[in-house]
Design a protein around this ligand. Structure first.
Ligand code: FAD
Ligand code: NAD
Length: 446
């Protein structure tokens, strides 16, 4: 039986980083991937999604360009062209990730692996491999509600491969994926309805910012059906779908996409063969050093259900490799992780929301800037940005920054450094504005 120092299951964001760094520390490493090297982020998540967001934004840019003097003729959008170009870029990245593993002498098995004992995995081909350490980096999988006809819906796994752009689309869910794809489909002239089971969308984001997204999305023409529970999905003779709800009128649509959360991908992985403890969501329970209840087996990324974001999975994979193979025990700092929703317009935030800060700190000061970006003014686009700074009134420290508006994620990434470093509102005020920019609002808040 071949033996390795480390066997990684899952070549996504966390697994690839862990494999590469462990190998650089001198370990003999192998990795198994059942679909494509690169994982969710590269193959069917962040990267192709962001490329579609860019593609979608041209709908507004082309219209606005006329106000800036460009003689733009009526333009048609061609979905197969964008889809195929995006998928070609995914192929390129898949190749780049595969060569990175090869150049670090990580052996890649393009097949499913399961755990057969604390120091052994079995490949789908039947081959058994022993390893001193096993890393579970199998990510998460879309959850679809248990309702009659749910099989007629798709998930984010399939959305990047659509044959044609539907005329009507319903997106179930009110989180990241639902809001991002509502914007994408809408910009491609599709009639979009977002259906959520509660009246709260984007839980965890600052309410005022989310309210602004809701208002802006509705003004653009995206429909929202909140507090709605599906009863069943009926497929009609012409191939379209009729969605029935426990209350309210049915909706007819050409496409139903479930964006109703992602569950840790642990089913059928054989974790019981190594006595690995899971939580009630099926996530691998790990300690601060990513070690599971079995001492030779570790887990990183979405499969641990801590923070389902790529940069977090990467950090966890890196910290694991440094800890176990680099003689440098490290944990990941989960405080002040910036995040964004690539909606139209995008949202970005770091630190405490206003309500979290009020609950945690008691006395807080909130500074806001509610403005129309210069570009939107000339374009005649009645779309306002909102920036919010949450300050601890006792210390003057900025404990949260939340924004919605053009390029909010780009601006927030830089500002998050200041929040993470514990800078005060005064430090922002002391910084001279960079004019004219949208970001200058951050140092001009009164
Ligand atoms: C549509 C979408 C958009 C997203 N956008 C963003 C974003 O903009 N920003 C952001 O930070 N995050 C985003 N995310 C989340 C991000 O993709 C994940 O947090 C990240 O990919 C998690 O990395 P991971 O290594 O834990 O798992 P993954 O990247 O999911 O990798 C797990 C890999 O394991 C493989 N695998 C599973 N089981 C086995 C097995 N038994 N044997 C072999 N291989 C196996 C899978 O095929 C997969 O390739 C998005 C997710 C989705 C779905
Ligand atoms: N920009 C980003 O960083 C980004 C983008 C996409 C995904 N992600 C990651 O992927 C994860 C999964 O994304 P997601 O959007 O699927 O999950 P999510 O957890 O963000 O949202 C799930 C939503 O589905 C709703 N829901 C659940 N069951 C439902 C039902 N039966 N009917 C209608 N609504 C229902 C929930 O109320 C919630 O609003 C996110 O938590 C995030 O960490 C990140």
């Amino acid at each position: 039986m071949t033996s390795y120092d480390l066997f990684v299951i899952g070549a996504g964001s966390g697994g690839v980083r862990a494999a590469r760094i462990a190998a650089a520390h001198g370990a003999k490493v192998a990795i198994a991937e059942e679909y494509r090297v690169g994982g969710t982020c590269v193959i069917r998540g962040c990267v192709p999604k962001k490329l579609l967001v860019y593609g979608a934004h041209f709908a507004e840019d082309l219209k606005d360009a006329r106000r800036f003097g460009w003689d733009v003729p009526e333009c048609d959008f061609n979905w197969p062209t964008l889809r195929d170009n995006v998928l070609a870029d995914v192929d390129r990245l898949n190749g780049a990730y595969t060569s990175t593993l090869a150049s670090h002498d990580v052996e890649v098995f393009l097949e499913r692996a399961t755990v057969s004992s604390p120091q052994e995995v079995t490949l789908a081909s039947g081959r058994r491999i022993s390893a001193k350490h096993i890393l579970i980096a199998t990510g998460a999988w879309p959850v679809t509600p248990d309702i009659e006809g749910a099989e007629h819906g798709i998930t984010s796994n399939e959305v990047f491969h659509l044959e044609k752009m539907p005329r009507r689309a319903v997106i179930a869910g009110g989180g990241y994926i639902a809001n991002e794809f509502a914007g994408i489909f809408h910009e491609f002239s599709c009639d979009v309805t977002l259906v959520n089971r509660s009246d709260t969308i984007l839980r965890g984001y600052d309410r005022q910012i989310v309210e602004r997204l809701l208002a802006t999305s509705m003004a653009k023409g995206i429909n929202f059906r909140l507090n709605a529970e599906f009863e069943k999905i009926e497929k009609l003779d012409d191939g379209s779908l009729r969605l029935h709800f426990k209350d309210g009128e049915p909706i007819e649509t050409d496409l139903l996409m479930f964006a109703t959360g992602r569950r840790p991908h642990t089913q059928g992985l054989g974790l019981e063969n190594a006595g690995i403890a899971l939580d009630n969501q099926g996530a691998v329970i790990v300690d601060d050093y990513n070690r599971s209840s079995c001492k030779s087996i570790y887990a990183v990324g979405d499969v641990t259900n801590r923070v389902q974001l790529t940069p977090v999975a990467i950090r966890e994979g890196h910290a694991f490799a440094d800890t176990v193979f680099g003689g440098n025990p490290r944990t990941v700092d989960y405080d002040c992780i910036p995040s964004a929703v690539f909606s139209h317009p995008p949202i970005a935030g770091v630190g405490l929301t206003e309500s979290e800060a009020r609950e945690k700190l008691g006395t807080v000061k909130v500074y806001t800037s509610d403005f129309r970006a210069m570009k939107n003014v000339l374009a005649g686009r009645d779309e306002r940005a909102l920036y919010k700074m949450i300050v601890d009134d006792t210390t003057g420290r900025v404990v949260g920054l939340h924004m919605i508006g053009p390029d909010a994620p780009e601006i927030l990434q830089a500002a998050a450094v200041a929040v993470k470093a514990g800078l005060t509102k005064q430090a922002f005020d002391d910084t001279v504005a960079l004019h004219p920019s949208m970001a200058e609002e951050l140092v001009l808040l009164k």
